[in-house]
Structure formats: structure tokens, C-alpha cells
Design a protein. Structure first.
Length: 89
């Protein structure tokens, strides 16, 4: 299992969350097998999301996908997100 984290700032959390939820089925079709959403306590428009994948190749394909960029842009993500990958040891 590989976990991908994405941290970004969103213009409006409610708008972003609706877009994120609407992307659920498509996200699963792109290899996501688990996910979680976190909001910063001091900055509620700073969001960190984790996505779980069966392999690093699936995680990197998702992270680099044009479709993910389109959804993030439409959801009001501001700036460039920070993305990193981890695996359990």
C-alpha cells in the first residue's frame, strides 16, 4: 500500500468539499482504495487529503493526471499543491 498526501489552500472549503465528494466514484476508478480529509485548525481553508493506492505507479499516475488538475482547479484550489508519498514500514 502507498499513501499519497496532498496539501493545498482552497478558496471556499464548502465549494471544494462538494467537488471532492462528486469526484469520489471517478477517483476510485483511478485506483484510490481509501481516503481521508483533514483541515488545519488555525487555517480552515488549508486542506490535507490522503489517498491510498495498491502501488506507487498507481499513486503517481493519479497525482500526475490531467483530470485531477481539472477537478482541483474547478474546486477552487489556490496555488500549487504539495504532494508526497509514503508507505508503511
Amino acid at each position: 500500500m502507498v499513501r499519497m498526501f496532498i496539501r493545498h489552500v482552497v478558496r471556499d472549503y464548502r465549494v471544494w468539499r462538494r467537488a471532492y465528494n462528486a469526484f469520489d466514484e471517478e477517483r476510485r476508478g483511478m485506483g484510490v482504495v481509501g481516503h481521508a480529509v483533514y483541515r488545519a485548525v488555525a487555517k480552515p481553508n488549508e486542506v490535507t487529503v490522503s489517498h491510498d493506492f495498491a502501488s506507487i505507479s498507481k499513486a503517481k499516475a493519479f497525482a500526475g493526471s490531467r483530470r485531477l488538475r481539472e477537478v482541483m482547479k474547478g474546486a477552487g484550489v489556490q496555488g500549487t499543491p504539495t504532494i508526497w508519498f509514503v508507505k508503511p514500514t
